[in-house]
Design a protein around this ligand. Structure first.
Ligand code: S3P
Length: 417
């Protein structure tokens, strides 16, 4: 199998959410280009509309007329976050700081994901946040005058960090978040670009009070988490070189590409600063892949790519172990259990660990049916294995890729010959 050509992957999901949210609460119009047009970003757009912002339909070049930090209104309907944890958690912070009251709902997967992790700091700031006994959705957020906090987060989670920082900015107060390892820092970078005094500490970030957010134009760079699937396919090919262009290479997001090189693929990265982020191209060519150990400190920089790492490991020589990744159990599915069960269905020697998994590589051919549990990243990770010659991998729900990478199947088919 040969994998080559050039692909500009769709816009980054994390930056797209933030570009919409920050434009919506800035003072005046902001232009957003190359936004990710996917179901999750549609959820954030819908939530902002329900809060009174006239967000136009998602398009590659759109203008959002911000209503200002005090311009959001309590919605009449519930805020439907669909499958999107980022929408629910970041917008919980925004609603709390805006002093409005709203009920958040989501699909079955999102409704069972933990919201206590944002409820706890937002309550400490003075908001009332009501959760059902299981701690998921529906979540009621009752905004109130907030006070500043210095919050020590137990998890390296950008969603927790962002909820607190956004609540503080909306409320016009300062606050700081400390985290055990650096999570993606797009929120603080994008706030700084809009005039918020941000202090970047080694263990997190702090915002100082502002009265308003300056409008700002954003070109959303390509999503490294989407690029990772095609990069993995190129690494597993027999020949060819695949070029992925315009990809966000922020070091808090690029861990997978460092790992791919460590496993033996040929990876060449060229990057330069563009609009406050490191953006560039990645060339990937095949190599003989060997198993590796993913350590706890590496996990945040490749958190969404770990199901893919486990799939790659099935075709590498030796054993791959992922540790310190218990967070995987509370993603769109329990990604530790789901990945291991599905790898076993394909005949791969894989086992669950409480905080990760272990895979013994070298199985071929891979044949079987995969249950995605509606999880987009599982569909794509196993889709990569299914594209390999001799494999016959049936995926129960191919359409769930719409959450983050609607054109995944056609991009995959386009680069293979
Ligand atoms: C995201 C943060 C990460 C990541 C998610 C997107 C974000 O979640 O897994 O896909 O945009 O802030 P956690 O904050 O729960 O680690």
């Amino acid at each position: 199998m040969r994998v080559d050509g050039e692909v500009a992957v769709p816009g980054d999901k994390s930056i797209s959410h933030r570009a919409l949210i920050l434009s919506a609460v800035a003072r005046g119009p902001s232009r957003v280009t190359n936004i990710l047009q996917s179901a999750d970003i549609g959820s954030t757009a819908g939530v902002l509309r329900a809060l009174g912002v006239a967000v136009p339909s998602l398009s590659s070049d759109m203008v959002v007329r911000g209503v200002g930090l005090r311009g959001l209104k309590s919605p009449e309907a519930v805020l439907d976050c669909g499958n999107s944890g980022t929408t629910a958690r970041l917008m919980a912070g925004v609603v709390a700081g805006a002093g409005v009251t709203a009920r958040f709902e989501g699909d079955r997967s999102l409704s069972s994901r933990p919201m206590g992790r944002v409820a706890v700091p937002l309550r400490k700031m003075g908001a009332a946040v009501l959760l059902p006994p299981g701690g998921g959705l529906p979540m009621d957020v009752v905004g109130a005058p907030l006070h500043q906090i210095d919050y020590v987060s137990e998890a390296a989670s950008a969603q927790i960090k962002s909820a607190v920082l956004l609540a503080a900015v909306m409320a016009g107060i300062s606050s700081r978040v400390r985290e055990p390892a650096p999570s993606r820092d797009h929120t603080e970078r994008m706030l700084a670009a809009r005039g918020v005094p941000v202090r970047f500490h080694g263990d997190g970030a702090e915002v100082l009070p502002v009265d308003e957010l300056a409008p700002f134009d954003t070109r959303v760079p390509g999503d490294p988490s989407s690029a990772a699937f095609l990069a993995a396919l190129a690494a597993l090919a027999d020949s060819g070189t695949l070029r992925l262009t315009g990809v966000c290479l922020n070091p808090t997001r690029a861990g997978f590409f460092r790992l791919l090189e460590r496993m033996g693929a040929k990876v060449r990265i060229e990057a330069a600063e563009e609009g406050g982020e490191l953006v560039g191209s990645i060339d990937v060519a095949p190599g003989t892949l060997s198993g590796t150990v993913v350590k706890e400190e590496e996990v945040p920089s490749m958190i969404d790519e770990l199901p893919l790492v486990a799939c790659l490991a099935a075709r590498a020589t030796g054993v791959t172990e992922i540790r310190g990744a218990a967070e995987l159990r509370v993603k769109e599915s329990d990604r530790i259990a789901a990945v291991v069960t599905n790898l076993r269905r394909l005949g791969v020697d894989a086992e669950e660990l409480p905080d990760g998994l272990r895979v013994r590589g070298g199985t071929s051919p891979l044949v079987g049916r995969i249950s995605t549990h509606g999880d987009h990243r599982l569909a794509m990770a196993f889709g990569v294995l299914g594209a390999l010659p001799g494999s016959a991998v049936e995926i129960d729900d191919r359409d769930c890729v719409a959450v983050s990478y609607p054109s995944f199947w056609s991009d995959l088919a386009r680069v293979v010959s």
